[in-house]
Design a protein around this ligand. Structure first.
Ligand SMILES: [Zn+2]
Length: 293
């Protein structure tokens, strides 16, 4: 798959907000498999995905076609239905994935289509859940999967444990002549991106946006516009994307988090995040919108 395919993830900005994404062709849910029915399995371990040696022409290079066999597949997590098959996640120990040098999830995402992106992110989320919620957090009993929703239930105290989703804000701060972009020490060399941070418990997305921008770069913003969202499995974020207009203050960078932040003129932007990311979506659509003003 080329990056051109990945760009389909976002419909181009026409006019108005928020943006609409088409529904996913992937039907989520822990459907009960029938013996002998066609399935496909993805193996996930320690944030890496197993590449297949023999790839089916109709499936991505990480989905192994098979037929459901209760003896063999009972322990796998059912992820949903796609192209007439049930998809199953096989969560394997991280050490095994490391030993076999499986490519990291990030590198698969960079070359995936919009549909494959959905599948990979869901598989990663369910694998992490499978690994981290084997026992009840309240009473310590071994949990059991439910078949009516993605949930593990404690047979003793009946507490349900759901796959984790951590909402985050991500925002492009702009002013009339420039975009505010920043670098984290974790970024690839030379790349600048939008600001982002986790929403704290009890906080609205907009409150988090004001707080994060103030903490990370020391400025005040206003005129927030919601553009859309993207699931991002590092580790289990849901990125809520905004534009925010600069209001006041001068740049003061948060130590450890922000290595550099600057105002960049529209015709002199640095290296930007890949096209598959919501950060890039926020930037590219801003430039389109600004041209049309
Ligand atoms: Zn319990």
């Amino acid at each position: 798959m080329s990056l051109a395919g990945a760009e389909l993830m976002w419909t181009p900005l026409q006019s108005g907000f928020p943006q609409q994404q088409p529904p996913s062709a992937f039907e989520r849910g822990p459907f009960r498999p029938q013996p002998g029915e066609p399935i496909a399995i993805v193996q996930v371990g320690g944030g890496a995905i197993r590449p297949l040696e023999e790839v089916s022409p109709e499936l991505p290079a990480w989905l192994q076609a098979d037929y459901y066999n209760p003896q063999k597949h009972r322990q796998l997590v059912v992820m949903g239905r796609w192209q007439g098959r049930l998809l199953l996640v096989h969560q394997v120990p991280a050490a095994e994935a490391r030993k076999q040098e499986w490519p990291g999830l990030r590198s698969w995402l960079l070359q995936s289509s919009a549909e494959e992106f959905d599948l990979l992110v869901t598989a990663a989320g369910l694998a992490a859940w499978e690994e981290q919620h084997r026992f009840c957090g309240r009473c310590g009993s071994k949990t059991k999967p439910r078949w009516d929703e993605y949930a593990k239930e404690c047979p003793r105290c009946h507490l349900r444990h759901y796959p984790r989703v951590a909402p985050c804000i991500i925002t492009l701060v702009w002013r009339e002549d420039a975009l505010l972009l920043a670098r984290s020490p974790r970024f690839a060399s030379g790349m600048y991106s939008t600001l982002a941070g986790f929403i704290e418990t009890g906080e609205s997305a907009e409150q988090a946006l004001h707080r994060e921008v103030k903490e990370e770069v020391g400025v005040e913003v206003g005129d927030l516009r919601y553009l859309g969202s993207q699931s991002w499995p590092f580790p289990h974020s849901l990125m809520l994307g905004y534009w925010a207009r600069y209001q006041s203050g001068s740049l003061r960078l948060q130590e450890d988090e922000i290595e550099d932040a600057r105002w960049f003129a529209f015709d002199d932007l640095p290296q930007l995040p890949p096209k598959t990311s919501i950060a890039r979506h926020l930037i590219d659509n801003f430039l389109i919108w600004r041209q049309g003003r």
